[in-house]
Design a protein around this ligand. Structure first.
Ligand code: PHE
Length: 447
């Protein structure tokens, strides 16, 4: 995002790709599938789908609208819009908490991005060929147990992110997304096909869509909502910053729908690819963050053409992780650039080093610091839980309350270009359903 030249996205398509580049990432494939497995399957999936529609969509629209009106970075935009509407400057805190959340998330995101890079190389080397479930689990366990391996790959991933952001070549990456996003979908479809052939597709379908409501509790609902925020890049001011580049003629609701459908389809395909492998090999769905790394290599190692498909898959996953990671680093870099005398390169390096250091603490929680717990969580889980279950929903809540209750109702309705029924629906959802939903989930989840 260029700071001064406030250019607009050349077309709606370019905007959708940029927003999808941030939204589609490890969250859809790595995090979605392991959360589904951890939280008992379909009940989680259905609550997640409800959250994406009833909370995610209005908040995405709200963040874009705030960004488009404010035309600045999230902190200044919120401060200025609030002042214009006679509201407290404290609304700028929403912007600030978004920047902090993005910083914290990138630290552990980069560790997983490193896993993906490592697995790309392992695919090329044919490491997975002919391995059984034990062999694949052993490889994964070996990686987790080695601080130096994790450190090496985390460092490599962060170096890529910093290199790209410092050189300001993010636009080039976004145009590459035009090609790579469809490629990712095709590859996921191939993997789903492999799942169908495995004979365990029915089990996977039932696991993901036939709910056992007894698995549902406040914690699962909160986890599903956290996942909705995480996967849509909400509650971080990131979508707000993107919105500041949006042309007046772009319809926010239909654009949000497109991005959300794309993001959700990729997540569901990931689940449908992974769970047949889990059931076919008697693996545990509740494996945790390692789920995709102990299932997919098993498939690649034992299917025809698996080496090349595995290579393409992990390359695409790494690429999707990179485009998201770039959008996660950008807010901190912009803040440093604007509030200090640092140049873009220095600001990027400083942010990158800060994130990297925190990431080192996160990766040590898989080995030497596994016993270092706060509130019963290791550092990795603490960073993930605190951001996705607390910071993102609260910041997103702020955005939707601001649009629903502080901006002039008529101007919001006019901007959304809604029919009479559409207006009513929007007002009910934005003013009541979404805020009440977030608050209710929050209270039940934390009790
Ligand atoms: N949405 C990204 C994903 O699902 C992660 C992300 C979160 C990116 C927040 C940017 C901001 O992987």
């Amino acid at each position: 995002m260029a700071k001064l030249a406030h250019a607009q996205w050349s077309s709606r398509m370019t905007f959708v790709l940029a927003a999808a580049g941030s939204a589609v990432g490890l969250g859809n494939i790595w995090r979605f599938s392991y959360m589904v497995g951890d939280s008992g399957g379909a009940a989680f999936v259905l609550v997640y789908l409800a959250c994406v529609t009833l909370v995610g969509l209005p908040i995405l629209v709200a963040e874009w609208m705030i960004g488009r009106r404010g035309q600045k970075n999230p902190i200044n935009t919120m401060a200025e819009l609030a002042a214009n509407h006679g509201k407290s400057k404290a609304w700028a805190l929403i912007g600030a908490s978004g920047v902090l959340a993005a910083f914290l998330i990138l630290s552990f995101y980069s560790v997983i991005g490193g896993w993906s890079l490592n697995y790309t190389l392992s695919s090329v080397l044919g490491t997975f060929n002919g391995q059984d479930a034990d062999g694949i689990s052993g490889l994964f366990g070996g990686m987790l147990g080695s601080p130096t391996t994790l450190l090496l790959w985390h460092t490599a991933f962060m170096a890529l992110v910093v290199g790209i952001v410092a050189r300001g070549v993010t636009k080039g990456l976004e145009s590459a997304a035009r090609l790579l996003m469809p490629a990712l979908i095709i590859l996921m479809l191939i993997l789903v096909g492999y799942g169908v052939a495995s004979g365990y597709f029915g089990e996977a379908l039932a696991f993901m869509f036939r709910p056992d409501w007894s698995a549902l509790n406040g914690g699962v609902v909160l986890a599903a909502m956290g996942q909705a925020f995480f996967t849509l890049s909400l509650g971080m001011g990131i979508m707000m910053a993107y919105g500041s580049y949006l042309g007046e003629d772009v319809n926010l609701i239909s654009t949000a729908r497109t991005v959300i459908i794309l993001d959700t389809v990729i997540a569901l395909l990931a689940g449908l690819a992974i769970f047949p492998i889990v059931f076919a090999n008697g693996l545990s769905a509740g494996e945790g963050p390692g789920l995709i790394f102990v299932t997919l290599p098993l498939a690649f190692g034992n299917m025809a053409g698996g080496t090349i498909l595995g290579l393409i898959f992990f390359l695409l996953l790494t690429f999707a992780a990179l485009t998201s990671a770039i959008s996660l680093l950008e807010p901190t870099v912009e803040m440093l650039e604007e509030r200090t005398t640092m140049t873009r390169v220095t600001a990027t390096l400083a942010s990158g080093i800060g994130v990297w250091l925190l990431g080192v603490a996160a990766l040590l929680s898989f080995n030497v610091w596994s016993e270092v717990l706060f509130f019963g969580l290791n550092i990795f889980d603490l960073l993930d839980t605190f951001t996705s279950k607390i910071m993102l929903p609260l910041t997103g809540l702020g955005a939707i309350v601001f649009v629903g209750w502080c901006l002039k109702r008529e101007s919001v309705e006019a901007e959304l270009g809604l029919s009479a029924t559409g207006k009513n629906m929007w007002n009910i959802i934005a003013r009541y359903v979404a805020p009440a939903g977030v608050i209710a989930v929050f209270i039940t989840g934390l009790l």
